[in-house]
Structure formats: C-alpha cells, structure tokens
Design a protein around this ligand. Structure first.
Ligand code: BGC
Length: 703
C-alpha cells in the first residue's frame, strides 16, 4: 500500500476547528490529533477535507479498480437504473443513473410526470423550476438513483428539433437561468448531469452530424448556458453524440479539456452519451471523457490495455477517477445518503400540486377575443373536440419518457371542474356530421390539436425531428370545421412548441399553447379556461408565421453550419414579423410598465428598476423582460438580447417596483483576435417590456 501523506495536515486543521476529524472507529486515541491517519480512515471520515478524502480513495484503488470506476455495466442494471459497479472492497458505491427531464425515467416505475422542459421554460419562474428540480431529484433518490441525467439544455435552434420539448427554449440566457436553479434543486438529492455538451440540436443525424460553427458563435450562443450550470455547481456534464468542428464531442479536447475543465474550472465528471457517444479510448480519456456509458466498449479492457502498454499514462485515468470520487464524496454517495421512502416521495401530493401549478404558469395564451375565461356554471354548454382532448399526451417516448400512474386529460379536467356546465365530448379528429352538429349553438368549443410522440422525439429510439412545422391536415381540418360550426372556438395546442396556425388563427376566438402538460394537465387547463387562474406563460421560443422565416433546419445531412443568429435574434435582424414573438403571452388582466431607472454598475452588476402595475380587473402574474442592444458595436450583434427577467405577481390595481439585475460581463462579445470576452466601451440601450417586440421603456448605459 502506498504511504499516505497529504491528508493529515488538513485533517488536523479540521480536528482543531471541529474536534471531529480525530474520531475514528479503529480505536486510535481521538485526543491524539497529530497522529497520521491511514488512507482508509481519511477516505471514510466525513469530517475530513474533500480533496484529502479523494486522494485517500485514489491511493487505495488498484489500476483495475480505477478503470472500473470509469464505465457502466448494463448487465447489472436493475429497477430501471443504469448501473456502474460498486467497489465493495473499499466501500465505494457505483453510480446509479436515471433520466428525468420531465420526471424520473419510465423504466423505474411511476413518477410525477411534470410538464416538459419547454413548458417550464415558459414559466420564466426560477423558484418554481428549482422546486421542480428538487421534486424530480427526490423521486430519483427514492428510486435508488444517485445521478439524474438532466437537465437537457441544448438550445432550440429550430422548433423542428425532435427534443425541443426537453429544453427550456431558444435563448442562452433564459436556458442558463433555468438550468442553474434546476440543478440546485436536483442536487439537494442526487447529482445532476447537464446535457448534451455541445451544439446538439438535431435528432435524425445526431450520431454523425458535424456541426460547424465559429469560435464566437460557440462561445456566445451554444456554451454560456452550460457555463451557468457549471457555476451552479452541476456535478456532471454529458457529452453529445454529434461532432463539433470535425471532432466528436466525447473526444473533443477544445470542448472538454480546454473550455469546460480548463477555463471554467469544472471539477465534476463528464459522462458520455449512451449508444454511440464514446468513439475512442485514448483520445477520449485524454480529452476528458471520464465515464463511458452504458458499457465498456472503449473503456474497460481496452483502457486497461492502453495503460498496461504505456500508451496512456496512469496520471490520465487518475484525473478522471479523482473527479468521479470527488462527486461520490461531495454528494454523500460514499457516506451513504439516507434513502427516501418511495411511498412517501413518488407522486406525493406536494409533487402533484406542483405539477399542476407549473402547467398553470406554463400555458401561453396567444390570442383571446374575450371568449376566455369560460363560465363554469349550470346552463353553459361546452363542446370538447379532438382525439387529443381525451388522450394522455405527456411527450416523447425516448429517454425522457415517464410512466405516470394517472393522467388528467383535457376532457377529464374540464369535466371535473365544470361546476355544472355541460361538457359534451366529441373526442375524435374526424367527427361525423351529426357530431359536428353538436357544436352549433354551444356556448363555446374547445378543440385540442397539435403534436404527440408520433410526430416528434428523440432520434433512433423515437420519432426524431419534425418533418415540418405545419399541423397535420386532419387537425387543420378539425379546427376549421369547429370554426364553421361555432364562432366561439378556443384552440388548445399541444406539443413541444410552435406549430403553424396561419390557417385559422385570425378566426379563432382564442389560442392557448398548452405544451405537453404533465399528469395534471387537464386540471390545469380547467384552472385557466374557467378563469380560476389567469394564464401567465410566456413564449420561450419564437412562434413563426412560416418556416421560411427561420434558419434552415437540416436533419439528414452529415454537415451543418450554425451561425450567430437564430430564434428572435434571427427574426429581429431580418426585420421579419413572427406570428407571436419570443417572450409574448396574454392573461386575463393587463399590465403597464413605467419609470425605468438604471443604477450605475456596482461590483459588475447593473440594477434596473421599473414600476409594474396590474391595470386590469383581476389578480395576475406578469413576466417583466429586459433586453440590451449594442448600437455602434464594432462587431455584428443581434438587434437585442435578453439579459434579465422577473416574474411578478400583482393584485388588481397593485403597482410594485421590480428590480432586474444583469452582469456587465453578460454584455461582452467573444473577440476572436484576443480569444477573450470583451465588454466594449459603448452606450448600450437597455429596453424593458413584456416581450421581445413590446419594449415600451428604454434607457442608456454608457460603459
Ligand atoms: C440520450 C440521453 C440519455 C441517454 C440515457 C441517450 O440516447 O441522448 O439524453 O440520457 O440516452 O438514456
């Protein structure tokens, strides 16, 4: 056994400070704090310093045991969890990984099925998303997992991306903000793994597509949200299947070694994506891919061979194993975190109530001529139309799939909350004439259309990318039939995000984007349609009129090129009118903004203050948004970029001063000459309002 030295000095410091480090089960005199401790003692001493414990554990592992820390073993998988081997000799448990962007993965059994990521992006509610992270983390822990393979934080570069539903949206600042709080919530219980690093926004070609982008685009657009997750303390990052600038992400030195671990100082572990996410042995280890999942194809024996023949130095695997051990210590895995009782945790009343609340904040009211809210009382007759009205529609059947013990469909939710109103179901997409006749004379029709798991999802194992943004002809026809029979037609749109609505939006009375709304979706829909809650979701993705307004989406080619602009930045630069802009959403009350003031930069942070008033007749919630423009910048910039937002709840008639803070550093561009972020001396325009296209207030900030 190697002598162990580094531990004892810091252990002594801890002992002096807490009188805790000297205790040991082996019978050493606790008073003798100067006695050197064995690596075994330090490794398993909860009071010892983190890095000392890591070094102690590392020193005890044989080469074979180190290699065994670095790959999965699917033969051991159990209870729906992906297993890595335990080391019983040294008492080092293996990781147990599970997916969970909208709830703990289906294979583990029932879970609370939350609204999908894009829905949660629409809440713009950081505290709520932290709670969702905590709930999913608790359910993962109750299932015996110690790593949650979430959040998915690739940008929705184009709404046809098959996994757009998993991510929070198109904007790096917004996605990064939600990712950070989700990670913090999850990590109350288990390690979070932010994925897929990086530039992973296509499904059909995900295993082989080479995404070409310049350094500035990479740094400013595709990476900052990952950096936010790292700053929030994320324990793990999952590399992506695709290539970036000719190199697979799992062996991409620039991404993993230089940026993630070097510049950002990430000290957790990098895990590969699953099926074809590891593509080599030595290059991957050297680049910084610490764990191959789900099995050892390139790690395991090939890695041991590379070490034994001297092709790879032991120090290279030591670096990876240190990171793995660090997380096992830091997240309580070595010390045995107490289990949570599944019966008390999974789909607990609190989690179910949370799922309902999330959807009431997530649904985006895009149009309303006053038909909403619907009256819930005897004498009112509402027809609920469409097959999706009566179908559990939770989202993709790929890795983000959940098993829900129940699902409240739109129809079930409306019926359960109708308070005497008559709900007539016509739960088909192809109603017969006599069924359509039931729409005549009804007080309102609620028609549910959109997407399901047959239209979009993960590549290879599920539906993949969307073929187009159009609704199916059957759904177009259904909405138009409804409109022909009843002028008070409310269209409820399900799916990952925007679909083209030009064929009916001008004639529809109301349009509500409900996303994949989770297990309580129907109840939340009733809360909103019957007016118990005012809708308050805001679009986290631009909603186009036509696909031709967006950058081209290529999902079947081995090469794609990503530019600096997409989403609202692209539309704004092109002067192109979306159907509904990024950040947009209506409610049953109205808000006005006034009196914008900007403070001077203080410790690198600028505070904007604005008075927000609820000017309507009922209580409600608003999302105040702050965008920055760069007139006169020496480089190409987006016309405006989101830099702060704040959800605020106001009683009717109430006015409140709201503070929006942003970091001066967030105004920087990536300078390709100096290879650094540069904040230009410039007079910046700071605009505040209610969407990316509704910015009534502005002020300037000179730096
Ligand atoms: C997906 C990951 C997922 C993994 C494990 C992969 O195919 O891309 O997001 O975490 O499978 O299920």
């Amino acid at each position: 056994m190697r002598p162990f030295l580094p531990g004892w000095s810091s252990c002594l410091l801890v002992a002096l400070a807490t009188a805790g480090c000297g205790k040991d089960a082996g019978g050493t005199d606790p008073a003798d704090a100067t006695a050197p401790h064995s690596p075994e003692q330090v490794a398993h001493d909860p009071a010892a310093m983190l890095e000392d414990r890591v070094e102690a554990l590392l020193s005890l592992l044989t080469l074979e045991e180190k290699v065994a820390q670095m790959h999965g073993d699917s033969a051991l998988n159990s209870g729906g969890l992906n297993f890595m081997r335990d080391n019983p000799r040294l008492g080092i448990p293996g990781f147990r990984m599970v997916d969970g962007m909208r709830g703990v993965g289906a294979a583990t059994g029932p879970a609370t099925s939350f609204p999908v990521g894009s829905a949660r992006g629409a809440t713009f509610d950081l505290e709520l998303e932290r709670q969702v992270g905590e709930a999913i983390g608790a359910e993962a822990r109750a299932r015996g997992a110690n790593v949650l393979l979430a959040p998915t934080i690739n940008l929705v570069r184009h709404p046809r991306w098959g996994r757009a539903q998993e991510s929070y949206g198109e904007d790096t600042f917004h996605v990064g903000s939600l990712a950070a709080v989700f990670v913090q919530g999850v990590q109350q219980h288990v390690i979070a793994s932010a994925k897929h690093f990086a530039a992973n926004s296509i499904e059909d070609s995900r295993f082989m597509v080479d995404v070409t982008l310049d350094e500035r685009t990479l740094r400013e657009v595709y990476l900052p949200h990952f950096k936010r997750a790292v700053s929030a303390g994320v324990g793990s990052i999952m590399s992506a299947y695709n290539l970036v600038n000719g190199v697979h992400c799992g062996e991409n030195v620039h991404l993993l070694h230089d940026i993630l671990k070097g510049e950002w100082g990430f000290d957790g572990f990098v895990v590969s994506d699953w099926l074809l996410g590891t593509t080599s042995t030595v290059p991957s280890v050297l680049a910084g891919l610490d764990i191959e999942m789900p099995d050892a194809n390139f790690y395991g024996q090939p890695l041991l061979d590379a070490l034994n023949t001297g092709v790879l130095p032991t120090s290279a695997v030591d670096q990876s194993v240190r990171r793995i051990l660090r997380d096992k210590v830091r997240f309580g895995i070595i010390d045995g975190k107490p289990a949570l009782d599944p019966a008390l945790t999974i789909a607990s009343p609190a989690h179910i109530a949370l799922a309902r609340r999330v959807e009431t904040e997530a649904a985006v009211l895009l149009k309303n001529d006053g038909t909403l809210p619907l009256a819930a009382r005897p004498g009112v007759r509402i027809v609920v139309l469409g097959a999706l009205a009566d179908r559990a529609n939770l989202g993709d059947t790929g890795s983000s799939q959940t098993q829900s013990s129940y699902v409240v469909t739109p129809l079930a939710g409306l019926m359960a909350n109708a308070r005497g109103a008559t709900i007539t179901p016509v739960a088909t997409d192809t109603p017969a004439p006599e069924q359509l006749a039931q729409l005549d004379g009804a007080d309102a029709v609620v028609v549910v259309v959109g997407l399901d798991a047959r239209n979009e999802g993960e590549g290879a194992i599920a539906a993949g990318d969307r073929r187009s943004l159009a609704l199916s002809p059957v759904h177009e026809q259904l909405v138009n039939s409804a409109l022909a029979h009843n002028a008070h037609t409310v269209v409820v749109l399900e799916g990952s995000g925007p679909s083209l609505v030009e064929g009916f939006v001008e004639r529809a009375s109301a349009l509500l984007l409900a996303w994949y709304p989770g297990l309580e979706g129907g109840n939340a829909l009733a809360d909103l349609l019957f007016g118990d809650k005012s809708p308050s979701g805001r679009l986290p993705v631009s909603f186009p009129r036509a696909e031709s307004q967006l950058p081209t989406f290529v999902n079947d080619q081995p090469h794609v090129s990503y530019g600096l602009l997409h989403g609202y930045r692209y539309l704004d630069a092109a002067g192109s009118e979306p159907r509904f802009p990024f950040g947009f959403g209506l409610g049953y009350t109205t808000f006005s903004l006034a009196a914008l003031t900007l403070g001077p930069p203080l410790n690198g942070v600028v505070e904007a203050r604005v008075d927000v008033s609820n000017t309507g007749a009922r209580d409600g919630e608003h999302v105040v948004q702050l965008y920055v423009s760069y007139p006169g910048s020496r480089v190409e910039r987006a016309p405006r970029e989101l830099k702060a937002f704040q959800r605020v709840s106001l009683k009717r008639g109430e006015t409140r001063s709201v503070t929006l803070s942003f970091a001066v550093a967030d105004l920087a561009y990536w300078d390709v000459v100096t290879s650094a972020f540069v904040v230009e001396p410039l007079t910046y325009t700071v605009a505040v309002g209610s969407s990316s296209r509704d910015l009534p207030l502005s002020a300037t900030l000179t730096l």
